[in-house]
Structure formats: structure tokens, C-alpha cells
Design a protein around this ligand. Structure first.
Ligand SMILES: CCCCC/C=C\C/C=C\C/C=C\C/C=C\CCCC(=O)SCCNC(=O)CCNC(=O)[C@H](O)C(C)(C)COP(=O)(O)OP(=O)(O)OC[C@H]1O[C@@H](n2cnc3c(N)ncnc32)[C@H](O)[C@@H]1OP(=O)(O)O
Length: 248
């Protein structure tokens, strides 16, 4: 009984509700859950409300928190015409379909427990920590991404596949916000400079054009001050029918 309870509680690392605790570096996967965190997360065990992974958690570092506070609900004035751009946070869940727009219906239809793998790593801060913001016109998305220790490729740096995952996630979420459901048809990536493990970077995507069912999106990964270009990419998404998704 006690062992079962301990196992259930261990399995709830991903359910830690998001509170604004002081930022600290990502923890290792072997760390135990502090008693305070345990007490704070108990109510979520009995709640049917899904965890929104785009809200701050205790693994977020200072830079991640600073940028989150910068973009959250922020309006920017840009260009010669002083155009206003308001950033809205996109919630993010660990099921790709269930909590998407129209997703409950889709989920029932497919009887899907489909999981989004970037949101299914138990230990906060160990891998993909990210939050996306989109502008009202859905022309641009910006993602703040903190790369955890499990994403190591070249020593001390982020694996190229993990970078590709994040680019696919950001551009795919952007395309989905415009026209769900979509599938990635093409992804081209230029890796320009390595991303240090544990660092926070910005991933920005721009809708270039749409042609019928096709959405063309460009993407860049930079240091948070914009001085270093890490990665450039272009992506093509194709809107598909639910039937196409089911067909596999
Ligand atoms: C992952 C679940 C997605 C569900 C989304 C639902 C809700 C989402 C909610 C929230 C978002 C959450 C997370 C998003 C995060 C990540 C997104 C990840 C997305 C993926 O990770 S997804 C997996 C990898 N992805 C595939 O597994 C696709 C396999 N593939 C196919 O399923 C077909 O191949 C398809 C559908 C692509 C096209 O098939 P099709 O039969 O519908 O259409 P067709 O072939 O006629 O192409 C139509 C027009 O696209 C042009 N075209 C096609 N392919 C091209 C290419 N490669 N290069 C240049 N042009 C291309 C044609 O030339 C034609 O152009 P035109 O109309 O001008 O002639």
C-alpha cells in the first residue's frame, strides 16, 4: 500500500501545479520531490483539470522567467508605421488531440490517448521547457525554450534532433493555430552555431504564405538578446482531413 502510494506520487512529477517559485537551474532526474512541492501538488491529483505545461515551473531559470514575463500579454510597437503586436500565450498539454481546439470531439472519435512526446518527460527541466506566444493576426509566433540536460548531443550542447523537434513544434503549433489539423510535409534546417545545453533561446516563426492547403513558415533560433543566430529553417505544412489522420 505504502509502496503503491509512493509509486503514484513519484509518477506525479509532471503534475506539479505551476506556482511562481524562485527560478533555479534544472534538476537532475534522480532528485526526490521536496515535501512542500508534494503538499502543493496533492490537490491536482484529485482534479480533472489538465496541467498546462506552458505555465512557469520551478525548473525555469531566470532568463526563461524574465522573457515569460516580458511576452505574457505584452504589446510591442514595431516598424515605421508603429504597428502594434500583442502576444498571447498558447496553452500546452501533454495530449496532442484531447485538449486541442475541437480536440475533445476528435479524441472521442479516435478514442485517442495520443501523447505529445515533448510534454511527457516526467522531471521538470530535464528536457523540453518551452512556452509559445502568438500574435492576434497569427502572422508570428515566438517560443522561449530552455534546453535540459537530457537533450545533449555534442558535449555540452543541444542535439540537432532536439532542435529539429522544437522547430517542428513551434512551426507546427503555429500552423495548427491557423488551420488544424496539419501535418509537416517538409522541414529544412541550417544549423549555424551550437546551442549550449541549459541555455534559454528564442525560436521565432513567421507565416510566409498560404496556398490552398499549404502553409509555408520560416523559423529562426537565436540567443535571447538576438546577437547570435543558432538555426534557420523553413517548413511546409499541409492541412489534412481527420480521415487522413486516422488513416495513418
Ligand atoms: C502530430 C499530430 C498532429 C495533429 C494536429 C492536430 C491538432 C494540433 C493541436 C495542437 C498542436 C500541437 C502540437 C504541434 C506540434 C507538432 C507538430 C508536429 C507535426 C508532425 O510532426 S506531423 C508528422 C510528420 N509528417 C508526416 O508524417 C506527414 C506524412 N505525409 C503525409 O501524410 C502526406 O504526404 C501529406 C499530408 C503531407 C500530403 O499528402 P496529401 O495526400 O494530403 O496531399 P498531396 O500529396 O496532394 O499534397 C498537397 C500539396 O502539398 C505538396 N506537397 C506535399 N508534400 C510535399 C513536400 N514534401 N514538399 C513539397 N510539397 C509537398 C503537394 O505537391 C501538393 O501541392 P499542390 O496542391 O500545389 O499540388
Amino acid at each position: 500500500m505504502a509502496r503503491n502510494l509512493a509509486r503514484i506520487l513519484r509518477g506525479c512529477g509532471s503534475l506539479v501545479p505551476f506556482m511562481k517559485t524562485p527560478a533555479r537551474p534544472p534538476r537532475s532526474s534522480s532528485s526526490s520531490i521536496p515535501v512542500r512541492t508534494l503538499v502543493e501538488m496533492l490537490p491536482s491529483l484529485f482534479s480533472s483539470k489538465p496541467r498546462d505545461f506552458s505555465l512557469p515551473n520551478s525548473s525555469w531559470g531566470e532568463e526563461m522567467m524574465r522573457l515569460y514575463e516580458h511576452y505574457n500579454g505584452h504589446t510591442e510597437t514595431e516598424g515605421e508605421e508603429n504597428q502594434e503586436r500583442k502576444w498571447n500565450r498558447l496553452p500546452s498539454y501533454n495530449r496532442s488531440l484531447k485538449y486541442a481546439a475541437g480536440g475533445v470531439y476528435l479524441s472521442k472519435l479516435i478514442q485517442s490517448k495520443a501523447r505529445l512526446f515533448t510534454r511527457n518527460i516526467r522531471d521538470p527541466g530535464a528536457a523540453f521547457e518551452y512556452v509559445l506566444f502568438i500574435d492576434k493576426e497569427k502572422e508570428k509566433c515566438v517560443c522561449i525554450f530552455q534546453a535540459g540536460h537530457l537533450l545533449e548531443g555534442p558535449p555540452g550542447h543541444v542535439h540537432g534532433g532536439a532542435i529539429a523537434t522544437m522547430i517542428d513544434t513551434v512551426t507546427g503549433t503555429h500552423a495548427s493555430a491557423i488551420s488544424a489539423p496539419v501535418l509537416t510535409a517538409n522541414l529544412n534546417i541550417d544549423y549555424r552555431s551550437p546551442i549550449p545545453l541549459g541555455s534559454t533561446v528564442l525560436i521565432e516563426s513567421t507565416l510566409e504564405k498560404t496556398e490552398g492547403r499549404k502553409l509555408f513558415i520560416s523559423c529562426k533560433v537565436t540567443s535571447t538578446d538576438g546577437s547570435k543566430r543558432h538555426t534557420d529553417a523553413t517548413a511546409l505544412f499541409v492541412s489534412v482531413s481527420i480521415g487522413h489522420l486516422l488513416k495513418g
